[in-house]
Design a protein around this ligand. Sequence first.
Ligand SMILES: NC(=O)c1ccc[n+]([C@@H]2O[C@H](COP(=O)([O-])OP(=O)(O)OC[C@H]3O[C@@H](n4cnc5c(N)ncnc54)[C@H](O)[C@@H]3O)[C@@H](O)[C@H]2O)c1
Length: 276
Amino acid sequence: MKLEGRAALITGAGSGIGRAIALRFAAEGASVAVNDIVSETAAKTVEAMGATRERAFAVQADVSSSAEVKAMFAQVSERFGGLEILVNNAGVAEFGPDQTAEVNRKAEARIGEMMAGGPLRTHWDMTQELSDADWHRMIGVHLNGTFFCTREALKLMSARNRGVIINISSVAALRGIEIAAHYGAAKGGILAFTRSLAHEVASRNIRVNAICPGWVETAMTGGFSFMLRAFTTSQIPMRRWAEPDEIAGTALFLASDDSSYFTGQWLSPNGGLFTG
Ligand SMILES: NC(=O)c1ccc[n+]([C@@H]2O[C@H](COP(=O)([O-])OP(=O)(O)OC[C@H]3O[C@@H](n4cnc5c(N)ncnc54)[C@H](O)[C@@H]3O)[C@@H](O)[C@H]2O)c1
């Protein structure tokens, strides 16, 4: 087992990618703190761990609140006495039902216009319509949340001069995303934070890397229409989206000693969508 005797905290682990990472780490011998803003889903992830759930616990906290993050780390410290692995995974896409319907409608109109060979007359206009609240929420959960959790984790990791931090960014940080520039900005910020922090904490034997997934089958992307899914899939050389467990495999590599010479890097499981 690759993570025997190590304590890990995974944020946003009640669903999707975070849940898959939590289950994989537990199966590899880690003691796992399962965070989510929704306590019931965090508890369900712990339940799904089978016998290894004895080493795990669920901890509810909103990662965009530094006070809640501090309280969460107090629980982690009390329970585990330290922390070897942090995965900053919690995220939102902030598409309410109305917005999702509008994105799907525009996507279908644009696909029709592209296939007709003419100019695009349907414009996304997402950013000019974006509210202050939606911008701040996106930056707050992804970028502030990553900082708040990392700051507390570093205090525990520095005490032993040992640790691994994995930040979930996105292919949106590498190639852009036309329907959510605020999401791209948050994920790009996470990538830049990863690189700088890796330089800062290397002398403490703490490695910091990012994962930039392409399209993954989770609740976050569940509202995409058939046409929008078909369009995104058509851009992927492997012609399919990833399953959450395929991202968990990358996280396990970065958390384990198999990646002992990796720091400040990004790995992008994306089916060939971005190869730069
Ligand atoms: N699904 C994709 O295609 C895709 C692609 C690239 C990157 N990502 C990133 O992967 C990460 C996981 O997303 P997912 O696709 O598994 O989505 P998901 O919606 O299945 O899971 C996200 C989880 O984060 C939790 N969460 C949201 N806000 C939170 C907060 N403030 N504090 C604590 N928990 C919070 C949610 O309750 C949910 O359980 C996100 O950072 C996302 O941006 C997803």
